[in-house]
Write a protein that binds this ligand. Structure first.
Ligand SMILES: Cc1cc2nc3c(=O)[nH]c(=O)nc-3n(C[C@H](O)[C@H](O)[C@H](O)COP(=O)(O)OP(=O)(O)OC[C@H]3O[C@@H](n4cnc5c(N)ncnc54)[C@H](O)[C@@H]3O)c2cc1C
Length: 448
């Protein structure tokens, strides 16, 4: 394990006892640097490794569909750890209970001697971690299992744009973009066994409808294989055509950590390095995705307009006085009840499946600026819809992309126009030039 992927979170003295991997963002057994680090630490300390997952009842507006996807995935991940002799403990932080309290209690019950956590720049996760660290006295570490180049090695500040972070990431890929070793089996004292988990009882009762993808680490690997075999070659040319089905549909797996981006990148490089789609795909999967983590890590206002660059806030402020032809509230947006059929179809697509094509997500977010009284409200509604609808929502990618679409983050000023000021603009004619809008509407326009 490259030590630069790990950072100590405290200076607590060595203590005997099991190493606990508090798994949160990276919900998989294999291809997981945090699990590998915890396993290696356990070996050195001649102590067992135990995995702990604490299920929050509420998370950034996640609905039953998101919980169902996550719980199904966790069921497979728990079995994967247990197959390797690694106990898996799942505890619930019920209504009103704090995840941090439950983690601290579990560490006490397990007699933990060290803690390994996966890295997550989102505020709520940092707050959980901070509250745990305040109350424990065992050595604790954080391991970046999400990014190919660990976020803290790439940059120590908020990057301006893809063009500024790209060379930094590319310089680190020879060091970090490698294959993973398997997670070695262990034998452990049965007293640490996590016990039976009643997965059915954890599943939401509501009908969760037709999800875009089936959950779990093995489904994620299948989806990756299918993408490389069937779509990668078309990715560069066709990914912006919402009818072409050329995107990977890996985002939900990546979001819940059921798939490692490094695994996806490694397989693309190993199996189809000369595919015309390889470079474009790796740009999105590594550069754009790691730019989003950089934004959330270094910008305390990553999920509001306040985090937007100064030029953008100024121009939007000026344009706030411009007249809006249509105004909608959250419920009207949510119901896909605007006057714009492309917007409604995208919203309907997301509502039905939990996913929407990347090109249309841009249009979808930008139009909200046009139909809300001010850009701060537009930002707030876009984040709320994004988190509620998309399986991959509640993610640094979502916040950074809303900040790009509405707040000009990682972008530059464009020609000034009403309502948008100098923020890059998109319109329906642009969509019509890019793809067969009628075919998309035929499939996804709400049937009223
Ligand atoms: C307004 C808006 C909101 C978005 N919200 C989210 C979100 O909540 N969660 C999310 O994961 N992505 C979000 N994206 C980024 C992107 O649209 C989706 O990641 C992508 O469409 C998901 O489909 P895919 O996995 O088939 O992507 P592919 O095109 O196959 O790309 C592969 C992977 O690369 C990464 N990626 C692709 N595009 C971007 C991008 N622009 N920025 C960062 N990473 C990228 C994703 O992890 C994606 O899964 C948003 C984009 C916009 C414009």
């Amino acid at each position: 394990m490259n030590p630069r992927r790990i950072r100590p979170l405290n200076e607590a003295p060595e203590r005997p006892g099991p190493v606990v991997y508090w798994m949160s963002r990276d919900q998989r057994a294999e291809d997981n640097h945090a699990a590998l680090h915890a396993r290696a630490l356990a070996r050195v300390r001649k102590a067992p490794l135990v995995v702990l997952f604490v299920l929050a009842d509420e998370f950034l507006g996640a609905d039953d569909r998101h919980f169902a996807f996550m719980i199904e995935g966790l069921r497979e991940t728990a079995a994967d750890f247990r197959e390797r002799g690694i106990p898996f403990h799942l505890r619930r932080a019920g209504k009103g209970a704090s995840v941090a309290d439950v983690v601290v209690e579990a560490l006490g019950d397990l007699g933990a001697g060290a803690l390994v956590a996966d890295f997550d720049p989102l505020r709520v996760k940092r707050e959980w971690k901070r509250r745990v660290l305040d109350r424990i006295d065992v050595p604790a570490f954080e391991t970046d299992a999400r990014n190919v180049a660990p976020a803290w090695t790439t940059s120590d500040k908020q990057e301006y744009a893809a063009r500024t972070i790209r060379p930094k990431i590319h310089a680190l890929l020879p060091e970090f973009l490698a294959d993973y070793p398997p997670l070695a089996k262990q034998s452990y004292p049965t007293a640490l066994d996590g016990g039976e988990i009643d997965w059915a009882a954890l599943m939401p009762d509501a009908d969760i409808g037709a999800l875009d993808v089936a959950p779990g680490a093995s489904e994620a690997r299948n989806a990756l294989d299918r993408f490389i075999d069937e779509k990668l070659d078309r990715y560069a040319d066709k990914r912006n055509d919402p009818n072409a089905d050329a995107q990977s549909r890996l985002s939900a797996y990546l979001h819940f950590g059921q798939l490692s981006a490094q695994r996806a990148a490694w397989e693309v490089r190993a199996r189809k390095p000369d595919s015309p789609g390889a470079a474009a795909f790796l740009e999105e999967l590594i550069v754009r995705r790691e730019l989003a983590d950089n934004y959330a890590l270094h910008n305390p206002n990553y999920d509001t307009l306040e985090g937007a660059p100064e030029w953008a806030r100024k121009t939007l402020e000026e344009a706030s006085r411009d007249e809006r032809e249509y105004l909608y509230d959250y419920d009207q947006f949510h119901a896909a009840a605007t006057h714009d059929e492309i917007w409604n179809a995208t919203q309907n697509h997301a509502r039905a499946t939990g996913w929407a094509p990347g090109y249309l997500r841009m249009y979808w977010a930008k139009k909200i600026v046009e139909w809300t009284p001010d850009p701060a409200t537009a930002f707030e509604i876009a984040v709320r819809l994004n988190d509620a609808l998309f399986l991959d929502g509640r993610d640094a990618n979502g916040y950074a992309n809303v900040a790009w679409a509405i707040g000009g983050a990682h972008d530059r000023p464009w020609q000034k126009r009403p309502v948008f000021g100098k923020i890059r603009y998109m319109n329906a004619n642009g969509c019509r030039r890019k793809f067969d809008v009628e075919a998309y509407l035929e499939r996804w326009a709400p049937k009223r």
